[in-house]
Design a protein around this ligand. Structure first.
Ligand SMILES: [Zn+2]
Length: 71
């Protein structure tokens, strides 16, 4: 939505997504930087809800998985 090249892809539960992302952007692609801005504006800590973070670079890609927690 911000036009920045988005190389991070991430997964959060739908209820967290709806809580943090404004409704007009919920069906759009929101990068992690913008998602974090929304969460900060709403004072929501989503760290326990972030499930998987992908980084898709030009040469390589990574998948980060959250360890621990109850998910
Ligand atoms: Zn963005």
């Amino acid at each position: 939505m911000c036009g920045r090249p988005d190389k991070f892809d991430f997964q959060v539960p739908d209820d967290i997504w709806r809580l943090i992302v404004p409704s007009k952007y919920q069906t759009k692609v929101v990068c992690l930087a913008c998602f974090d801005d929304f969460a900060t504006a709403r004072d929501i800590d989503y760290s326990m809800s972030l499930r998987t973070l992908y980084f898709a670079g030009g040469k390589t890609s990574f998948k980060f998985e959250v360890c621990g927690g109850d998910r």
